[in-house]
Design a protein around this ligand. Sequence first.
Ligand code: ZN
Length: 169
Amino acid sequence: MNTKQTISKSKIWSWLEEVIDPEIPVLNVVEMGIVRGVEFEGESLIVKITPTYSGCPAINAIEMEIHKKLKEKGIENFRVVTDYKESWTTDWMTDHAKKKLKDYGIAPPDKSLKSDDFLANLKGSQKIVPCPWCDSMDTELESEFGSTACKSQYYCNNCDQPFEHFKCI
Ligand SMILES: [Zn+2]
C-alpha cells in the first residue's frame, strides 16, 4: 500500500492523539508536545518525537506505543525518530493539557515560577509550587522523585494532601 497516497497527515495526527503518555495517563503524546512532526520520506512515514527530558525512561514506552498504534491502523512503512536537536520544553504543552494535568492532581509545569526571584526568595532556593487541589502556596517538596523520575513529590500543608509536580525543563 502506498501510505502517502492513501493517508493524510491529519489522519496520522489524530491517530497519534490516541497514544497516551505513560507518565501521565490523562494526556496524549500530541498534547504533551512530544510528537514534533509527521513527514513522508518517499514511501515511508516518519514520526519525529522529542523526549520530555533526555534520559526520560518513558520515551521508549512512548515509541513502542506509537509503533503499536500505527500498526494497528494498518501502516507498515514507517519509522519513529527520536529528535534531540531541540530540547522539549513545557512551552510545547497546550494550556488545555496543563489544565488537564492540574485536574488530575499534578501541579502543571510553570516556567515563571522557576525564574521568579520574589517567590524563590520566600523559601530560599526552593521554588514554590501551588497545590493543584486547593491552589495554596503552602506546600513542601517531599522528594525530588515522585512515581517517575520526571515528577517530584510535594505535600500541601493547607489541605493535607500529597501531589506531584511535573518538573520544568
Ligand atoms: Zn492543597
